[in-house]
Design a binder for this molecule. Structure first.
Ligand code: NAD
Length: 479
């Protein structure tokens, strides 16, 4: 069985205590590799390497143009290795190879895009009311960034942090999820090949509970960039606050898809279906709450259920498969537990709701729709992070807005209507970091992404986000 190593100071190194964890392929449910079960000592070594690289390596003195070139090279390598990286992701988290391959090609663009911004970071000369004085600003990197990522799309979600952080001149320590580590370690090898100096990018693998706090509480970490659930996100935010360090948090969601009677119903059915069931609902922006206008509700739900039943579950490497297995056993048990609880609470099961064992032993949950749900049911309020959709009905636009905003989350929202005035009114009133009109789940390196309320703090993507990895020095010169 392949044994992976941490990446510290450009070297693949074994964990200090010599302990490893098996990592399973969700399609077979069997271990395929061992990943380091690191300890706080490994975290210390990685932060020390990142801190040294920040202060003393060639990275610290390199011109922004050269840094931009290295990042573009990294983007090219991600594109060259897209197939291998996608295979690693699929083996780690069970998402289909075809989806992961598309993600890898887009991930390459993140490094190119932020590489393109690296040499456009500029200070300003500021007019001041102080005769004889010159005031100007210098934009500086922050230092060592701790990057903590989840299992659902690790290499892509890492790029959302790593690309702007590197462009700004920072160094980093990455902690991938214990449920999906090998793709990040595979990616990290490309960093060296790109010519980025040793120590700039370090990866420490292990359990969140064992090494997460050692990283977020480290005195030499300048910022924490986190993607994951609300529980661990809160712990990370508290740890950063105790050190008075900034943190960005990309957390969960319970995103509404809102279908009006004047929608193009066929494209709305397809959009809603993909919005929740693509990736088996294991997506932060999964459109897991469907709000449908009363007059089209019954017909819409019937069409949706018919389409949901045609979704092909299977081998994630097979191009004919629509949805692969659930990523890991704890997640599978959580999803099934929430389905049973919803039934017990009185939600009406329209389709799905069953557990299936795949041909090779992997765990699947059939695409599930609950209708006639009450707004206070747990299945309506909490994130499932699985293929489970709840359907509520509304009478008019105001009620649709109130229902959409009746959530502690605010990550994404879909609006399906052909009334131009209505879509803009809705887009203004819905509390969500991304609003999609007659489409769903679009993202781009050029556009900001993030959440309201429990869905997170800060944004990722777009030109302005490089600021999240910079600080500004104001220089006064008595001329
Ligand atoms: P998780 O919160 O369980 O784990 C995320 C990461 O945090 C893992 O690397 C884990 O090891 C680490 N961790 C756990 N406890 C920690 C601690 N105390 N200190 C530091 N690190 C700790 O999340 P998950 O189950 O891996 O991912 C699913 C969640 O991520 C869902 O809620 C989903 O919505 C969210 N997510 C959000 C986005 C987004 O961009 N908003 C994207 C993808 C996933």
């Amino acid at each position: 069985m392949e044994r992976f190593a941490n990446l510290i100071d450009g070297q693949e190194v074994a964990p200090v205590e010599g302990r490893y964890l098996p990592t399973e392929n969700p399609w077979t449910g069997l271990p395929f590799a061992e990943i380091p079960r690191s300890s706080p000592a490994d975290v210390d070594a990685a932060v020390a390497a990142a801190e040294r690289a920040f202060r003393t390596s060639k990275w610290a003195t390199m011109s922004a143009t050269e840094r931009a070139g290295l990042m573009r090279k990294l983007g090219d390598l991600v594109e060259r290795e897209a197939e291998n990286l996608a295979v690693a992701e699929t083996r780690d988290n069970g998402k289909t190879f075809s989806e992961m391959f598309r993600q890898m090609r887009n991930t390459a663009e993140w490094y190119r895009y932020y590489g393109g911004l690296a040499d456009k970071i500029e200070g300003r000369v500021i007019p001041v009311e102080a005769p004889g004085h010159l005031n100007y600003t210098i934009r500086e990197p922050l230092g060592v960034i701790a990057m903590i990522i989840p299992w659902n799309s690790p290499v892509r979600l890492l790029a959302w942090k790593l690309a702007p952080a590197l462009a700004a001149g920072n160094t980093c320590v990455i902690k991938p999820s214990e449920f999906a580590t090998t793709s990040t370690l595979t990616f990290a090898r490309l960093v060296k090949e790109a010519g980025i100096p040793d120590g700039v990018v370090n990866v420490v693998s292990g359990l969140g509970a064992e090494i997460g706090p050692a990283l977020t509480d480290h005195p030499d970490v300048a910022k924490v960039a986190f993607t994951g659930g609300v529980g661990s996100g809160t712990a990370v935010y508290v740890a950063a606050a105790k050190r008075l360090r900034p943190a960005t948090l990309e957390l969960g969601g319970k995103s509404p898809n809102i279908v009006f009677e004047d929608a193009d119903i066929e494209s709305a059915v397809n959009g809603v279906l993909a919005g929740i069931f693509a990736s088996g609902g294991q997506s932060c922006v999964a459109g897991s709450r469907l709000l449908v206008a009363d007059s089209v509700h019954d017909d819409f739900v019937a069409r949706l259920a018919a389409a949901a039943e045609k979704i092909r579950l299977g081998d994630p490497m097979d191009p004919k498969t629509h949805v692969g297995p659930v990523a890991n056993r704890p997640q599978f048990e959580r999803i099934m537990g929430m389905i049973e609880a919803a039934k017990a609470e009185g939600a009406r099961l329209v389709c799905g709701g069953t557990a299936v064992t795949g041909a090779e032993g992997g765990l699947f949950v059939t695409p599930t729709i609950f209708a006639d749900v009450a707004p206070d049911m747990t299945i309506v309020r909490d994130e499932v992070f699985g293929p489970v959709l709840v359907v509520l009905r509304f009478k008019n636009e105001d009620e649709a807005v109130a229902m959409a905003n009746d959530s502690r989350f605010g990550l994404g929202a879909g609006i399906w209507s052909q009334d131009a005035g209505r879509v803009h009114r809705m887009a203004a009133k819905v509390r969500a970091g991304s609003v999609w009109v007659n489409t769903y789940r679009m993202t781009s390196q050029t556009s900001p992404f993030g959440g309201y309320d429990l869905s997170g703090v800060g944004r990722e993507g777009g030109q302005a986000m490089i600021d999240a990895y910079l600080q500004t020095k104001s220089v006064w010169v008595n001329t």
